[in-house]
Design a protein around this ligand. Structure first.
Ligand SMILES: *Cc1c(COP(=O)(O)O)cnc(C)c1O
Length: 297
C-alpha cells in the first residue's frame, strides 16, 4: 500500500510504501527476504532454521516468528555471550523466545568467524541438520523475494528510496525497477563495501548510494534523528524505526529541502519496517538520558 505524504510549499510528489504493515513481527523487507527461503527449506525437508544476529536484530525476530508460523524449529546464534541471562530484559530476544527460538550466545570473536567451517561443524554437532540463513537474511532467494516489492503501479515514480543494511533489499528493488527510474540507497552504516556487494546482485545501473545519513554508524542515533522521527509521526501518523527507515526518510526530507531533486519529481519511499526495534533503542536512550522515540500503543 502506497500512502501519500503531503509536503508544504513543494512541487515534489511523495509516497511511502507501507511494507511495515505486511506482518506484525516478520517485518517489511524481512518478510520478502524469507518468502522463498522458507519454500526452499520446505523443499529440502528441513525442519530447523538457523540464523545469526545481534541483540536487537529485526531479522532474528522475523525468523523466530516465521518459524513458528511455518512449523520450523528455530535457532538464533546471537552476538554477545553476556546476554544469556538477560533475555527477559531484551524485548527482541524475549519475543523471539516466546516464538520458540533457541539461542546460542557466542562471543564477538566467535561471531566474527561464524561462517568458518569449524564453527559450522560445532553448530551441526549441537543442533543437527538445519537450513542456514545468513546474518541479515541476504542471499539469492532473499533478493528474489525483494524483487516483488515494486509493482506495475509504481512505474510512474522517478525516484525509489530505500534504507540499506546488507544491501539485499535494495538489490531486489533495483532489479525490479524501470530503467527510467533512479533508485537511491541510504546506508544505515559507515563504509563503502556496500557498493561492491550490491553490484554482485544487480543487473541494472540506475542506482546510487547517498552516504551522508548514517548518523554515526549502525544502530547509532542522535537526538536530532529522534526528534525528526517523533515529529514525522505527529504530522503523518507513520511510525519510523531509528536504525533504518528513520535515517532514510530524514535524508530524503533533507535532500528535498536542499532542492536536490528536480522540480515535480515523483518519489517513492520504501518503509522496510523494523518497528520492533524501537523498544530496545529506547532502553539504550533512557540509560543515556537522551530523548526517546514516542510510542503510541
Ligand atoms: C534489515 C532491515 C533493512 C536492511 O535490509 P538489507 O536487505 O540488509 O539491506 C532495512 N530496513 C529495515 C527496517 C530492516 O529491518
Amino acid at each position: 500500500m502506497n500512502q501519500k505524504i503531503e509536503i508544504e510549499n513543494s512541487d515534489i510528489t511523495l509516497y511511502i510504501k507501507r511494507e511495515d504493515l505486511l506482518h506484525p513481527y516478520i517485518s517489511g523487507n524481512k518478510y520478502r527476504k524469507l518468502k522463498y527461503n522458507l519454500a526452499q527449506a520446505k523443499k529440502e525437508n528441513k525442519n530447523t532454521l538457523l540464523t545469526f544476529g545481534g541483540a536487537f536484530s529485526n531479522h532474528i525476530l522475523a525468523v523466530a516468528a516465521a518459524g513458528k508460523e511455518n512449523g520450523f524449529r528455530t535457532i538464533g546464534v546471537i552476538r554477545g555471550e553476556e546476554l544469556w541471562d538477560k533475555i527477559a530484559e531484551n524485548p527482541t530476544l524475549q519475543k523471539a523466545q516466546d516464538f520458540g527460538m533457541v539461542f546460542e550466545f557466542v562471543s564477538r570473536t566467535v561471531y566474527r568467524d561464524k561462517n568458518s567451517a569449524d564453527f559450522s561443524k560445532i553448530l551441526e554437532e549441537k543442533f543437527g541438520d538445519f537450513y542456514r540463513l545468513p546474518e541479515g537474511g541476504t542471499n539469492d532467494l532473499a533478493i528474489k523475494g525483494c524483487e516483488e516489492i515494486l509493482t506495475k503501479a509504481d512505474e510512474s515514480f522517478d525516484y525509489i528510496c530505500c534504507a540499506i543494511g546488507t544491501g539485499g533489499t535494495i538489490s531486489g528493488v533495483i532489479n525490479c525497477s524501470k530503467h527510467s527510474q533512479q533508485v537511491l540507497g541510504f546506508p544505515a552504516l559507515k563504509g563503502d563495501f556496500l557498493k561492491e556487494d550490491i553490484c554482485k546482485f544487480v543487473h541494472n545501473q540506475n542506482w546510487e548510494l547517498v552516504t551522508e545519513y548514517h548518523f554515526g554508524g549502525y544502530a547509532k542515533v542522535t537526538p536530532e534523528l529522534v526528534y525528526f522521527i517523533n515529529d514525522f509521526y505527529q504530522k503523518y501518523q507513520i511510525p519510523l524505526d531509528p536504525i533504518y527507515t528513520g535515517k532514510m526518510v530524514y535524508g530524503v526530507f533533507d535532500l528535498i529541502k536542499k532542492e536536490w531533486f528536480p522540480r515535480d519529481s515523483k518519489i517513492l519511499l520504501i518503509h522496510t519496517g523494523g518497528l520492533q526495534g524501537i523498544a530496545g533503542m529506547n532502553q539504550l536512550l533512557k540509560q543515556k538520558n537522551q530523548i526517546e522515540i514516542n510510542t503510541y500503543d
